[in-house]
Design a protein around this ligand. Structure first.
Ligand code: CA
Length: 239
């Protein structure tokens, strides 16, 4: 391949390859325009099969992935396939509300999602936040910690693992981050905004529902022993 991409430094943008998987050319072109303007190198794919080819060929730092795609593979299939070999960040472009719940409910390792119609500005903010975060994760992290939440629930920050009665419970990235953040602020009622800022980052533009969906997942996965209370009119508190 003639394409010898130079590794970009930490700056968002500069030559960072992003693959846009989207069958609506208007959306794809608009997103491409914004990415280019911020110095990214975008590549497009209009269906699932093509997406896998382009991703394999271009080795993107980030994938923007539409769910409803023509052909045999939809966006969720593409995500599954990519996740079999790679942890590259994926932002889903969802068309309907029920798709949001599917994305978050499935253990597909989606890093983020935006709901159509989205503003390109908002999408770019997400793109940059995710890339910053991905870079941050690659660096050695701070002190590992093991938190015993009672009822047999233990969170291990170093191993990024949760266990219930010593059985590992798989948590998605943000679910784990949320559990850890709640554990670090145990006994305090935290607003959804505080949780969004603390877990998703201050530049996250998502709505409260993101927090609710993740809380629901945590409760489901960690079980009734989890003392994660809804504080009416405020948010949540881990006791
Ligand atoms: Ca579509």
């Amino acid at each position: 391949m003639s394409d010898t991409t130079t590794e970009p430094s930490t700056a968002a943008g500069t030559e960072t390859v992003v693959v846009i998987v989207e069958d609506d050319p208007n959306i794809a072109d608009l997103v491409e325009l914004y990415l280019r303007r911020d110095g990214f190198r975008p590549f497009q794919a209009g269906n699932g099969a093509r997406a896998l080819e382009v991703i394999a060929e271009r080795q993107p730092k980030l994938i923007l992935l539409d769910i409803g795609l023509p052909g045999d593979l939809d966006g969720l299939d593409v995500c599954r396939s990519v996740r079999a070999t790679s942890n590259v960040p994926i932002i889903f472009l969802t068309a309907r509300d029920d798709e949001v719940d599917r994305v978050l409910g499935l253990e597909l390792g989606a890093d983020d999602y935006v709901t159509k119609p989205f503003s390109p500005r908002e999408l770019m903010a997400r793109v940059k936040a995710i890339l910053r975060r991905a870079e941050g994760l690659a660096e050695p992290t701070a002190a590992p910690s093991v938190v015993d939440l009672g009822a047999g629930i233990v969170i291990n920050g170093a191993r990024r693992e949760a266990t219930v009665d010593d059985d590992p419970v798989p948590l998605a990235t943000r679910e784990f981050d949320l559990a850890m953040f709640l554990a670090e602020h145990r006994g305090l009622a935290l607003s959804r905004r505080q949780l969004l800022d603390g877990v998703w980052g201050a530049d996250w533009i998502g709505d409260d529902r993101t927090v609710d969906v993740h809380v629901r997942q945590l409760r489901k996965k960690l079980g009734d022993g989890l003392q994660l209370e809804t504080v009416w009119g405020v948010g949540y508190r881990l006791d």
